[in-house]
Design a protein around this ligand. Structure first.
Ligand code: PLP
Length: 328
């Protein structure tokens, strides 16, 4: 923030210049942005803006989802759109158009980016028009799509494994955890807390003492008897990656790497005695955890199930029937 003796009143040209200056001080990997409020797509990050009074900004009344872009194809968009629509319904957000129209805009914005690898995030907002809580009279729902570089994690997470801590922050109440709303305050605080204490990420524990999820990732385990166990999805986000991996993991049973797949409550004590602990998500894919608080997981090295699941997911992201080719 610039502190000066006078605070200027800006013209539209000044505003644009300031947004451009902001982006040159802090370059970003944002390649294309669609906004229903702009009525089109922009590729200059200085123009990727939303009105301040949109209720997504000042009340968190908005939802989002993210799909991956791999080698010019969008992966598993239908599953992400299913969850997006469920989140919209739970948040009582009006849709700006049909599912088909929104899918089409996602695909066209991706094409406009010209990029073949990255992430596509899209939001639905309750729209501008007041600083109240409930949507303003006549508020038009906003739909936004950002094609960007995606989140990246250190290579050592995959080669050496990562360390997580039990967060001191309370897990979201189930309704808020199963809804992908823009309020990620507990998730943000958990990640900041973990990093400040020398860990890579945090884990939420539920009120019954069972494992919840991580900041923007699910958590799964390979039990001492070889079962791939995942917490139930009734109080955590139903990760598209987790759901898909639970299906793909059947191949690992045939190969003798696991004895089965179970979605169940996982008490912390059982979880800590696991052979392997995994973080799963669209951005992290499959990453092995080798330490949880003071407890070393398994033999303290990335395990075979983590490696095999990552390979299965990578293959699925390149060659399954869940890909939409982008018409560049
Ligand atoms: C809180 C939370 N849990 C889990 C996940 C994993 O979901 P997905 O596999 O769909 O990326 C995410 C990411 O979207 C998340 O934000």
């Amino acid at each position: 923030m610039t502190v000066s003796t006078s605070v200027p009143i800006l013209t539209a040209d000044d505003v644009l210049a300031h947004f451009k200056a902001l982006r040159s001080r802090q370059p970003v990997n944002y390649w294309a942005f669609y906004s229903s409020q702009l009525g089109g797509i922009v590729t200059d990050p200085a123009l990727m803006v939303i009105p301040f009074d949109d209720h997504m900004v000042h009340r968190g009344h908005g939802i989002f989802d993210t799909a991956g872009l791999v080698d010019g194809k969008i992966y598993d968009l239908e599953a992400h759109l299913d969850r997006f629509l469920l989140s919209a319904e739970r948040s009582k957000l009006r849709l700006p158009g049909s599912r088909e129209e929104m899918r089409d805009i996602v695909v066209r914005t991706t094409a406009a980016s010209g990029r073949r690898d990255g992430s596509i995030r899209y939001w639905l907002s309750s729209g501008p028009g007041s600083l109240e809580l409930t949507p303003a009279a006549g508020a038009e729902p906003g739909f936004f799509v950002m094609v960007f570089g995606g989140l990246s994690y250190p290579e050592r997470w995959y080669t050496e494994g990562l360390k997580v801590m039990t967060t001191t922050y309370p897990i979201k109440a189930p309704l808020y955890a199963i809804t992908k709303a823009t309020n990620y305050l507990p998730n943000v605080l958990m990640q900041m807390e973990a990093r400040s204490k020398g860990f890579d990420n945090g884990v939420f524990i539920d009120a019954d003492g069972s494992v919840g999820e991580s900041s923007n990732m699910n958590v799964a385990f390979v039990s001492a008897d070889g079962v791939l166990a995942h917490p139930k999805f009734d109080h955590i986000l139903a990760g598209c990656t987790s759901l898909r991996l639970m299906e793909l993991a059947r191949a690992l049973k045939d190969r003798g790497l696991i004895t089965g797949v179970e979605v169940r409550d996982i008490p912390v004590a059982d979880a800590r005695a696991s052979r392997e602990m995994l973080l799963l998500g669209s951005s992290v894919k499959v990453a092995p955890v080798i330490q949880w608080d003071a407890q070393v997981i398994g033999d303290g090295k990335p395990g075979p199930v983590a490696r095999a699941l990552l390979r299965l997911l990578d293959e699925d992201m390149r060659s399954s029937d869940r890909l939409i080719a982008v018409p560049y």
